[in-house]
Write a protein that binds this ligand. Structure first.
Ligand code: SAM
Length: 262
C-alpha cells in the first residue's frame, strides 16, 4: 500500500500522510493516554476477547488498547499514522516484553489482508480519519464475519465547542464528532450490526491551570496550534478552555460504538 510501511523501517511518507502525522506528533501524549485507562478497559471488555484472537487497534497511539488486548492473550496489530506515537507504543510493549505488531499507515488504507481480524477497536482514533465512510469500509474489509468492534467517539460538548471559539482549526475532513450520532455511525459502518453506549471521560487535577498544562503539553494538535500563536492568543485560549474546567475537573461525554461484522 502506498505510503504505508512497518514502524521499524526507514520512513518515506507521502505528503498527505505527513500532515496528519505531524498533527499527532511531538507532544507528551502518553500523559493523556493514562487518563484514558478506564475507556481503554471498557473497550477491551466490549471486544469479548478469546485467547488467541487476532485483534486490530486502529490509531493505537501509544498503545493503550493494544497492550491491554495483548495482556488478555490476543495477537495484536496496532496501526497509527504517527511514527512518534508508535515509537512510544513500541517502547511500552518492549518494556513489558509484550509482542505487538505495529504498522505506520493511514487507517483509511491499511496494508492488511481482507477478513483477518476477530476483533477491532479504536479509542478516539478512527474518528479522525477525514473520510468516515472510507474508514468504516476499510475497517469492515479487514474484519472476519462475526468480528466484534468497539470504537469511541467524542460528542459535541463544551470542550470541543471551545476549539471553535478560540479559532483552533478543526481536523481536516469530516467532523470527528459526527461519529457520536447513531445515524451517522450506522451510515459509515453499514457492514456491522451496531449498538451504542455512552460514557464520561474525567480528568481531575489540583486546578484549572494544571488541566490546561496537561492539555497544552500532551494533546498533540493543541500543543502544535499553541506553538504557532502569539502570546495574546495563547492566553485567550487558556482562559476560554479553563472556563470548561474551572475547578480542575474536566469531563467529556463520549459514545461507545459496539458492533458485530455481518
Ligand atoms: C486521540 S489519539 C488516540 C490514541 C489511542 N487510541 C488512545 O486511546 O490513546 C488519536 C490517534 O489517531 C491517530 N490518527 C489520526 N488520524 C489517523 C489516520 N488517518 N490513520 C491512522 N491513525 C490516525 C493519531 O496519530 C493519534 O495517535
Amino acid at each position: 500500500v502506498e505510503g504505508a510501511h512497518r514502524a521499524d523501517e526507514p520512513r518515506d511518507r507521502g505528503a498527505n500522510l505527513s500532515d496528519a502525522a505531524a498533527r499527532w506528533s511531538g507532544a507528551d501524549y502518553e500523559r493523556v493516554a493514562e487518563t484514558f485507562a478506564p475507556v481503554h478497559d471498557r473497550i477491551v471488555d466490549g471486544l469479548s476477547l478469546r485467547a488467541g484472537d487476532r485483534v486490530l487497534d486502529v490509531a493505537t497511539g501509544t498503545g493503550g488498547v493494544a497492550l491491554r488486548a495483548a495482556r488478555a492473550g490476543a495477537e495484536v496489530v496496532g496501526v497509527d499514522i504517527s511514527a512518534d506515537q508508535l515509537s512510544k507504543a513500541r517502547a511500552a510493549a518492549d518494556a513489558e516484553g509484550i509482542p505487538l505488531e505495529l504498522i505506520e499507515c493511514d487507517c483509511q488504507e491499511m496494508p492488511l489482508p481482507d477478513e483477518s481480524f476477530d476483533a477491532a477497536a479504536s479509542a478516539f482514533g478512527l474518528i479522525f480519519a477525514p473520510d468516515h465512510a472510507r474508514a468504516g469500509a476499510e475497517l469492515a474489509r479487514v474484519c472476519k464475519p462475526g468480528a466484534r468492534i468497539a470504537v469511541t467517539a467524542w460528542t459535541f460538548d463544551a470542550f470541543s465547542e471551545t476549539a471553535e471559539r478560540v479559532g483552533r482549526p478543526a481536523s481536516p475532513g469530516e467532523d470527528p464528532r459526527l461519529w457520536s450520532g447513531e445515524e451517522h455511525a450506522r451510515g459509515s459502518l453499514p457492514a456491522f450490526d451496531l449498538r451504542f453506549e455512552t460514557g464520561t471521560w474525567r480528568v481531575q487535577e489540583a486546578s484549572a491551570d494544571a488541566v490546561w498544562e496537561l492539555l497544552a503539553t500532551s494533546v498533540p494538535p493543541i500543543k502544535l496550534w499553541l506553538a504557532e500563536q502569539d502570546e495574546a492568543t495563547r492566553e485567550a485560549a487558556k482562559h476560554a478552555y479553563s472556563e470548561v474546567f474551572p475547578d480542575g475537573v474536566l469531563e467529556r461525554q463520549y459514545v461507545l460504538i459496539l458492533g458485530t461484522r455481518l
